[in-house]
Ligand binder design. Structure first.
Ligand code: SER
Length: 607
């Protein structure tokens, strides 16, 4: 079975159960400042899980491209990937546990023909926030899952969400397939998962976690399920790891041909990172490498891929060639990859060149530092205990500032002074301690990025969303129709908007933009929403995001009484203020150039 076949089967199965297919969204969540990437199929659906009406109805199905970098250090084992695809089906206040579980069971046993005895499930054990999920366990049992293979676990294992600090969440039921040898053992427990691969997660989202850490009932009971495409394909194709499925194996084989050294773990890392980098560059939002946000993660993924490529003794630049294979393999499901192929290749090529230069520069610095150390009293930097730590610090700093790999530093050190294996291991150990403590600090920082996000439907965030629509309207009026939204990020303190434009706005242009927005705010115009076919919405002149895939039915939010005469109309999921009079006047307090031909403006309500 290929990933494509699995996706087709799943989508058809749920279409037959009344679900509407929605396209995979961008890897960069819209309007959400809390996280850098779309981490699950439910992520773009958060406003609708909270009760906003979805243009395609209450039963949805899709496959979604996702990035999760939390487990980047696990990549190289049998199942972890930073880029992966997730299949999902959703009930937005429609069906509940019985249908969801029965359909999962039917799909696995009838469509995928997995024997019932090879299935095990886990359910939520209950705590002070929510009761034990006996209902779910009872449904599994009634379908024929042996009681011995139904086990209960706490929040850590059997609760999903929220994505940020607040938002929809709930108890889940994870489904495992036995891939071990022979018949599965009778007893399945939390610490006895060996041989079992988790393929699907059914989340019963009936709670919302609030800012004060409480779990309150949502307006509606939702179902959110997620099936890992690569993992499930591996299980169905009887492969012991995801890197052996057809779509990833063609990349692995290409790398095997290019490398002069065998190293399975490095090879898997290159496969994964090359795929992740190609998908980020080829996303509808066209993210370029940079030193902040998504662009920074992208740069790190590319550099890690090159670094592990060097460990495999790949001599020439290789990422562009890998990306060509990825684009060819995946463009049926992700047409944006072909549309952005030039962009993907341009930046992979540039980054490989830059990184090669950084390595040459890094080596010059490394050698200087080593020589300086050798010159010091008793060669203190190199020999002895204190000196190991010094060397580790130098290695770590070189990595941080030049991306200079530890392995290369150790080679340099060895060449200059001849270090023992023991000393080399000790330096590695100390560097990894420094890396861990650095990661802990930066992760703590990353978690505190911003509050809010898609899950924040506080009045201010909703108003900023409406203000963003007015800003698009005004920028287009003053600067021209080339202005389109290429990024939007809203907190309760400000809005941030990215658009294609060559330079900062002059004072005069800025004044005109702000006046136009504030005029509409003062006019107290109504904000309404109409659901219509994508074609009609385009004909109506509504603004939409270039390259984004939309479902057949879309919501258009418009400002003014009449859609045809509206001052602003946009494809948008909502939610929005009901009337522009609810907004305060805005001021643009910062503008910056964020790349070639890309501008960013920040605006807030005047106090
Ligand atoms: N949101 C859940 C997950 O990511 C189910 O899709 O596992």
């Amino acid at each position: 079975m290929t990933t494509h076949e699995l996706k087709e089967k799943y989508i058809k199965f749920f279409k037959d159960k009344g679900h509407i297919v929605i396209p995979s969204s961008s890897l960069v969540p819209e309007n959400d400042p809390t996280v850098l990437f779309t981490t699950a199929g439910m992520h773009p659906l958060i406003p609708f899980l909270l009760g906003e009406k979805h243009s395609s109805g209450e039963r949805l199905v899709n496959f979604q491209k996702c990035i999760r970098t939390d487990d980047i250090d696990e990549v190289g084992d049998d199942v972890h990937l930073t880029f992966f695809e997730m299949l999902g089906n959703w009930s937005l206040g429609d069906y509940w546990k019985k249908e969801s579980i029965s359909w999962s069971f039917e799909f696995l046993t009838k469509e995928l023909k997995i024997p019932v005895k090879k299935l095990a499930v886990s359910c939520f054990a209950g705590d002070s926030d929510a009761p034990r999920d006996n209902e779910t366990a009872g449904i599994w049992k009634s379908l024929g899952i042996d009681e011995k293979r139904i086990y209960f676990l706490g929040k850590k294992d059997n609760w999903w969400g929220p994505v940020g600090e607040t938002g929809p969440c709930g108890p889940d039921s994870e489904i495992f397939v036995w891939t071990g040898k022979g018949d599965p053992p009778d007893l399945v427990t939390a610490d006895n998962k060996e041989g079992w691969v988790e393929v699907w997660n059914n989340v019963f989202m009936q709670y919302e976690k609030t800012r004060d850490g409480k779990y309150i009932q949502l307006k509606q009971r939702n179902v959110d399920t997620g099936m890992g495409v690569e993992r499930t394909t591996a299980v169905l194709s009887k492969k012991s790891n995801v890197f052996d499925i057809k779509e990833l194996k063609v990349l692995a084989d290409k790398i095997r041909k290019l490398s002069k050294k065998k190293d399975e773990k490095s090879l898997r890392i290159v496969v994964d990172h090359a795929r992740a980098a190609t998908f980020i560059l080829g996303d509808q939002k066209c993210i370029a490498p940079s030193n902040s946000d998504q662009g920074y993660v992208l740069r790190r993924l590319i550099r890690r891929a090159i670094r592990y490529g060097k460990l495999l003794h790949i001599e020439k630049p290789f990422l562009v060639d890998l990306s060509k294979i990825i684009v060819k393999e995946c463009s049926t499901d992700y047409p944006e990859l072909v549309q952005n192929q030039g962009f993907i290749e341009k930046y992979l090529r540039l980054e490989e060149e830059k990184y090669d230069k950084a390595l040459v520069d890094g080596q010059v610095v490394a050698l200087k530092k080593i020589e300086k150390g050798m010159g010091s009293v008793d060669k203190k930097i190199i020999v002895g205990e204190l000196e190991v730590l010094e060397s580790a610090k130098i290695a770590f700093d070189l990595y941080q500032s030049n991306g200079y790999p530890l392995e290369m530093f150790l080679d340099d050190l060895n060449e200059k002074v001849g270090i023992s294996k023991e000393l080399s291991d000790k330096i590695c150990e100390d560097v990894s301690k420094l890396v861990t403590s650095h990661q802990t600090t930066s992760r703590a920082g990353a978690e505190k990025r911003f509050k809010g996000g898609l899950a924040d439907q506080s009045e201010l965030v909703v108003k900023y969303h409406t203000a963003t629509h007015l800003l698009v309207m005004a920028l287009r009026e003053v600067l021209g129709d080339h202005v389109k939204q290429i990024g939007s990020n809203i907190t309760s303190e400000r809005l941030r908007f990215d658009f294609p434009h060559s330079d900062k706005l002059s004072e005069e242009e800025l004044g005109k933009v702000v006046n136009l927005v504030n005029d509409v705010i003062k006019q107290n115009l109504s904000v309404s929403c109409s659901i219509m076919s994508k074609d009609d919405a385009i004909k109506s002149g509504a603004h939409y995001l270039p390259g984004e895939q939309y479902p057949d039915q879309v919501k258009v939010y418009y400002v003014g009484d009449d859609l045809n005469l509206a001052v602003s109309k946009e494809f948008c999921g909502g939610p929005h203020a009901k009337n522009t009079g609810e907004l305060k006047e805005i001021e643009v307090y910062k503008q910056e150039k964020i790349g070639e031909g890309k501008m960013r403006v920040y605006a807030r309500f005047r106090s």
